[in-house]
Design a binder for this molecule. Structure first.
Ligand code: C2E
Ligand code: MG
Ligand code: MG
Ligand code: MG
Length: 280
């Protein structure tokens, strides 16, 4: 192939492309194995009621236990999941693990919910709703104990069925959260169009909230809007005590972030619950 092309520059150009293609084919093949062999595992990040410091639930964040590359974060593979149409496989695997874990925690007397992230591409799958419903029934979980977070950016693509699926989930009693609020193209119209219960303020609005007047004003406006719409607010990405105190003073009810608790493996999450529920 190189010989046919002649000149050196072109050779290298083609070699690079071949390598990129080979890399992407390998990633795709590995993701398919990951999907069938159960290499996707949830990490759990606690969600706190700011006023009391109580953990009210955990957000499940996917990690890929890669056979040779170690534990990978979503940024390393989430785009490829979408490209190769493996979203539903990812969601099913996470949903199975999460509902199993939730039922264990509930049996241990820990009153919790778990939030699962879902791309809008996952909702358009015809089996999505039935799968969620069956998992809840199978594990004796109230629909209210499962929250589903959808990012604004994934709603822009207007996948078929999204509205129908979200309405059905809402009817079932599952709580719905609009994730990364404020970073999409149509934040406000999504609130109007879909039946969300929670707004998650994106961390980009929290990072300098103590000093940045614009961030402060935006968060204040979101909190006011939520009250008017009878929705609850969760602030993401709280990294300092000052941010937490300020958000609490502003009337924000729930928060997540490295200052409060990082995403952790299941045994550490369980340990946190044991501490919380231990008699004082
Ligand atoms: P997200 O749902 O908005 O989750 C929050 C992300 O911010 C997580 O990154 C979390 O580890 C990180 N984070 C939490 N607190 C802080 C903080 O105080 N400071 C900073 N700088 N970051 C913080 P992660 O786990 O890498 O996930 C990235 C994104 O990948 C998630 O954003 C979500 O959109 C997506 N994702 C994660 N798990 C899944 C999944 O199972 N399915 C789908 N479809 N998407 C997922
Ligand atoms: Mg999320
Ligand atoms: Mg978010
Ligand atoms: Mg995000």
């Amino acid at each position: 192939y190189i010989k046919q092309q002649g000149g050196d520059d072109i050779c290298w150009y083609h070699t690079d492309i071949d390598e990129a293609t080979a890399g992407s084919l390998q990633l795709e093949a590995e993701l398919r194995i990951a999907a069938t062999e159960g290499q996707f595992i949830p990490y759990y990040q606690p969600k706190f009621e700011l006023a009391t410091g109580i953990i009210t639930g955990f957000e499940a964040l996917v990690r890929w236990q890669h056979p040779t590359r170690g534990l990978l974060k979503p940024i390393d593979f989430i785009d490829a999941i979408l490209t190769h149409k493996l979203s539903f496989e990812l969601f099913s695997q996470m949903a199975v693990r999460i509902t199993q874990q939730l039922s264990i925690w509930l049996q241990q007397g820990f009153c919790q919910h778990i939030c699962i992230n879902a791309d809008a591409a996952e909702f358009s799958h015809p089996d999505f709703f039935e799968m969620v419903k069956n998992l809840l029934a199978q594990h004796d979980i109230y629909a209210q104990q499962l929250h589903i977070e959808v990012t604004e950016s994934s709603l822009i693509q207007r996948h078929a069925n999204v509205k129908k699926q979200l309405d059905s989930l809402k009817e079932l009693g599952v709580f719905l959260a609009l994730d990364d609020f404020g970073t999409g193209y149509a934040s406000l119209s999504y609130l109007q169009e879909y039946p969300f219960d929670f707004i998650k303020i994106d961390k980009s609005f929290i990072s300098n909230i103590e000093t940045d007047r614009t961030q402060h004003a935006i968060v204040k406006a979101i909190l006011d809007l939520a009250v008017a719409l009878d929705m609850q607010v969760i602030a993401e990405g709280i990294e300092t005590q000052q941010q937490r105190d300020l958000l609490l003073a502003m009337g924000c009810q729930y928060g997540q972030g490295y200052f409060l608790g990082k995403p952790v493996p299941v045994d550490i999450a369980t340990e946190m619950l044991i501490q919380q529920y231990a008699p004082k």
